[in-house]
Design a protein around this ligand. Structure first.
Ligand code: NAD
Length: 251
């Protein structure tokens, strides 16, 4: 079966996305040819929760890294729109950029690795808007790195290595894969970050047809039902055209 056959046959489509769906929005991925970690392996430390707790430098970088300030300005690209057009029963993303939600309403949506837009005190759980925290740092109302009024560190709501996921969010998508999903598209991810990387295997065990769309190899290719090594916008654009959708933008 090819991609169009699978999409035509699917009644409960699941989609799992990674950083590759946002590269056309000028947001670099981590492990692709021009990825942040490919170009600068030492920057991995900035995504480590133990380093965040131990190092003022890492906490300052967490807040002042221009990567996050730039994310505020980014817009969805053709791939986000194409995914919306496919109308998945459940969309789960590893991305923290929130771009899927800027396209329009989604029936069921999970941000498995959190979001950069909000922040929380790691001691008292007080909630913050990240842009407000950054503004307070810049106008001198908060120190850098920022501290909550209880004295705890304020951290963006992104899941760092060594941190627990929000298990309610994770379990919700996993239950869908076990109980309802018939086709799962894994798009723009190396499928190498656990526990999310285990989800295609869970789907497969429950009879789901698993498709991988990525420009380079992933850790799940040998178990997938279909692997397409190509540009995501090209693959989804062609699939939508074959399905009879008028593709609004040329990828
Ligand atoms: P990854 O960097 O490990 O893998 C991305 C994959 O997408 C790479 O194999 C790359 O070659 C491929 N890719 C990039 N652009 C593509 C395109 N146009 N067409 C086809 N393939 C393309 O990313 P991951 O698997 O999502 O895991 C990394 C972690 O990094 C996640 O936890 C995520 O939260 C985080 N991250 C998020 C963002 C974001 O929110 N936009 C950006 C960077 C990293």
């Amino acid at each position: 079966m090819d991609l169009v056959d699978l999409l035509n046959s699917s009644k409960h489509l699941g989609i799992l996305t990674g950083a590759g769906v946002s590269t056309d929005s000028s947001i670099p991925d981590f492990r692709g040819p021009n990825g942040v970690w490919t170009n600068s392996p030492s920057s991995m430390r900035n995504s480590d929760f133990t380093a965040f707790l131990a190092s003022e430098e890492v906490r300052s970088h967490h807040w002042m890294n221009p990567f996050y300030a730039e994310l505020e300005t980014k817009q969805p690209n053709f791939v986000h729109e194409a995914i919306q057009t496919l109308c998945p029963s459940y969309l789960a993303t590893q991305n923290i950029d929130g771009l899927h939600t800027k396209v329009g309403p989604l029936s069921r949506y999970a941000e498995l690795h959190g979001t950069f837009r909000t922040a929380t005190c790691i001691e008292c759980d007080k909630q913050y808007i990240s842009a407000d925290v950054l503004k307070s740092i810049n106008d001198g109302t908060l120190p850098c790195p920022p501290i909550c009024e209880c004295g705890g560190y304020i951290k963006r709501d992104i899941v760092m290595f060594g941190q627990e996921l929000d298990w309610d969010v994770f379990n919700g998508f996993e239950a869908f894969l076990k109980e309802q999903c018939d086709v799962l598209l894994c798009i723009g991810s190396t499928l190498s970050v656990f526990p999310v990387a285990a989800l295609p295997g869970v789907a497969k065990q429950h009879g789901v047809k698993v498709v991988v769309i990525n420009q380079e190899e992933t850790d799940f290719d040998d178990r997938a039902d279909l692997v397409i090594y190509d540009d995501i916008a090209k693959v989804l654009g062609e699939a939508l055209t074959s399905l009879g959708f008028s593709v609004a933008k040329t990828p």
